[in-house]
Design a protein around this ligand. Structure first.
Ligand SMILES: *Cc1c(COP(=O)(O)O)cnc(C)c1O
Length: 448
């Protein structure tokens, strides 16, 4: 038997995707339907690009998350984070599931009221609450989460002239072992500021201290920081009880759970690294149950999860505008979905697939949006099959933040449809038109 000839190994630089032990995966999936409605039909009816949100997925994810917590802990309340997606129809789905509202501005507060949320089921967070906002929230018996001492002083003054005793919590920031540590919101735990704020509130006797709140960050990739956060809130609750004989009614652990999207620069896909709701629930509820808190008078556990509930329910559908070769020979594709509609493409490598199944022949491709601007990059490198002008693409898991942080830039914002549980589609936000702009803009007379 002759010896095999030696062949030198070849090292290939990988520009896109994650190899497994067989090398690079080349097959790209497809998403022909959203809740059994053909993507092509949606686009021909409502225009391209189009946001589509699945009510079925919203409800399924909500119930999964709620069950993960309520099966482990007796008193659980979710509050929908308005800024994550404050389209009225979406908020109403969450409210119909029993979710309260979590708002961070006067605008969001008014939206929650108009959506029929009772005042005492609105949690008012954020650093920017005007005197007018606070007065309204006090009248409505809303839960005001104080962010800083200036807000505390304003609230104490409002309490003097109001017949309502304001219901308050303080937001607390802390070291939970994650970096960067969010320390710009609320009162710090480690340096004693949070304890100081609690003392001022309780000594004043003017405010009804009902809760303790923290929101440690967003896209937190493990349960462990939540265990740390929970134990620090509990420490304060116990000290308040000991010193003032005052019981804290709820602990609000905020949001921050990750979704299955992949962060830019991450080695593994978000689908492989995203903790389950159960992982977060274990960390939080174990810490409460094993603590020194009175088991007969446990606080309600509030969660303000945004991203991890709604991301998966949202899709953006679009169309290929052109294919091009770049100067260095790389393939590029221009689609009608730009970063103006997909703000999250700044920090995620969004999955993107053709609407129709394609062959396994793929090539590293740069995907650009339609904007006349160099930073309009949806994916700088992705293995992608060849699509012709006019063919459709789908970007899944875009329900969080894109429909609130979007930019009106160069063109109109598109239609948004909700697909209900029976598979019927409803436009829940109309495409902008020239009239949208005419309604807002005013040219001084002398300019004609
Ligand atoms: C944004 C925000 C949330 C929701 O955060 P997610 O990371 O989307 O879960 C919850 N609470 C507060 C105070 C927030 O600012």
């Amino acid at each position: 038997m002759s010896k095999l000839a030696y062949e030198r190994p070849i090292i290939n630089k990988i520009n896109a995707g994650v190899p497994d032990k067989y090398g690079m995966q080349t097959q790209v999936g497809s998403i022909p339907y959203i809740d059994e409605i053909p993507v092509e039909k949606l686009l021909s009816e409502y225009g391209s690009p189009l946001y589509a949100v699945s009510e079925k997925i919203i409800r399924r994810k909500y119930r999964e998350a709620h069950k993960a917590f309520s099966s482990r802990y007796p008193k659980v309340q979710f509050a929908w984070s308005y800024k994550t997606n404050y389209l009225d129809a979406i908020c109403k789905v969450y409210h119909s599931e029993g979710s309260w509202a979590e708002v961070v501005s006067g605008f969001e507060y008014d939206k929650a009221i108009l959506n029929g949320v009772e005042g005492h089921h609105i949690i008012f967070n954020g650093p920017d609450k005007s005197e007018e906002d606070l007065k309204k929230a006090v009248e409505n018996k809303s839960l005001i989460h104080i962010d800083h001492f200036d807000e505390l002083y304003m609230l104490l003054a409002i309490a003097d002239s109001s017949k309502e005793r304001p219901k308050v919590a303080i937001r607390i920031n802390m070291d939970t072992g994650i970096h960067p540590q969010w320390d710009r919101f609320g009162f710090n735990y480690e340096n004693g500021e949070a304890w100081n704020a609690l003392n001022r509130i309780l000594v004043s006797k003017k405010l009804d201290l009902v809760g303790l709140h923290t929101h440690i960050g967003t896209y937190i990739m493990s349960g462990a920081p939540y265990a740390v956060a929970t134990s620090k809130l509990i420490d304060l609750a116990l000290r308040v009880d000991e010193k003032f004989n005052h019981k804290i009614k709820y602990l609000d652990l905020g949001g921050g759970f990750a979704s299955a999207n992949t962060l830019k620069g991450a080695y593994l896909s978000g689908k492989d690294t995203c903790p389950s709701y159960a992982d977060y629930a274990d960390a939080i509820t174990n810490t409460i149950l094993n603590s020194e808190l009175d088991p007969n008078n446990l606080p309600t556990l509030i969660l303000e999860t945004g991203r991890a509930l709604v991301d998966e329910a949202g899709y953006i559908l679009g169309t290929v505008l052109a294919n091009k070769r770049l100067a260095d020979g790389r393939r590029s594709m221009i689609i009608d979905i730009g970063i103006n509609m997909l703000f999250t493409s700044f920090w995620y490598d969004h999955d993107m697939v053709p609407a129709k199944p394609k062959s396994q022949f793929t090539e590293d491709t740069s995907i650009y949006g339609p904007l006349c601007m160099n930073i309009d990059v949806i994916r700088s490198a992705i293995r992608f099959p060849s699509l012709e002008k006019g063919e459709n693409v789908v970007i899944p898991r875009i329900g969080a933040y894109n429909m609130t942080q979007w930019l009106q830039f160069i063109t109109y914002r598109p239609n948004i449809v909700l697909i209900d549980q029976e598979g019927k589609t409803h436009v829940i936000r109309k495409k902008e038109t020239m009239d949208t702009f005419k309604a807002q803009e005013i040219s001084p007379k002398y300019l004609g």
